[in-house]
Write a protein that binds this ligand. Structure first.
Ligand SMILES: Cc1cc2nc3c(=O)[nH]c(=O)nc-3n(C[C@H](O)[C@H](O)[C@H](O)COP(=O)(O)O)c2cc1C
Length: 194
């Protein structure tokens, strides 16, 4: 059985002190948190340089879709116990310090200890459209690897949950992802014609 993976937004510190937000699936191992970024990755560079991270748990799926479509400027406030930033949109966050790196050319594993943990707002329950946006965001992050028919078939299925249960934020996030897919495909067909 594989360990549970939680889909989160990791905020890391850019060299200029600003926040960098990106979606990462994180795992928990004996109370420690494992983040595994594929190279190349701005988050990886930041995490290795600064040795700190904030894991944000949020139901604002615009942050997942936005971070993948060039909208990374989300409101933040300072972390309490480490140098770092917490998303305003976090229901809860964990402040982490790097304790071990298992290096790898493709996907290093970064193990963190939890320094501090805060709950900001209650979790209100699962929403299928939010899950659909996260699945669509995963598809977007793999567009270059997936056959277009597979992406389209999965999007058609995810659209059912969107139609039934999405609110304004979910539709906005979905729209950004669909626009990104269209632009990606337009660019690709342009390249094929050139
Ligand atoms: C739900 C979700 C989970 C993701 N988990 C990971 C992950 O564990 N590792 C990874 O390298 N990329 C993951 N990605 C893709 C990254 O978020 C994406 O490549 C992003 O652009 C990385 O930005 P960076 O330059 O800060 O690394 C995930 C994307 C989504 C939507």
């Amino acid at each position: 059985m594989s360990e549970l993976i939680y889909e989160t937004i990791v905020t890391s510190l850019n060299a200029d002190g600003s926040a960098h937000a990106a979606p990462f699936g994180v795992r928990e191992l004996d109370g420690r948190v494992l983040i595994a970024p594929f190279r190349p990755s701005t988050s990886l560079d930041n995490l290795l340089r600064e040795q700190t991270a904030v894991v944000n748990l949020t139901d604002d799926v615009r942050i997942f879709a936005g971070s993948l479509t060039g909208r990374r400027d989300w409101p933040v406030f300072p972390a309490e116990k480490i140098r770092g930033h917490v998303l305003d949109g976090a229901l809860a966050h964990r402040e982490l310090r790097l304790i071990e790196v298992i290096d790898d050319d493709l996907r290093p594993q970064l193990l963190f200890e939890v320094v501090h943990e805060v709950n900001h707002r209650p979790f209100r329950g699962f929403n299928r459209a939010q899950a659909a946006v996260i699945e669509a965001a995963v598809l977007v992050s793999r567009l270059h690897m997936l056959p277009p028919e597979k992406t389209d078939a999965e999007l058609r299925y995810l659209a059912i949950a969107m139609d039934k249960t999405a609110g304004e934020c979910e539709w906005q996030a979905w729209g950004w992802l669909m626009e990104h897919i269209e632009n990606f495909r337009a660019e690709q067909s342009g390249e094929n014609q050139a």
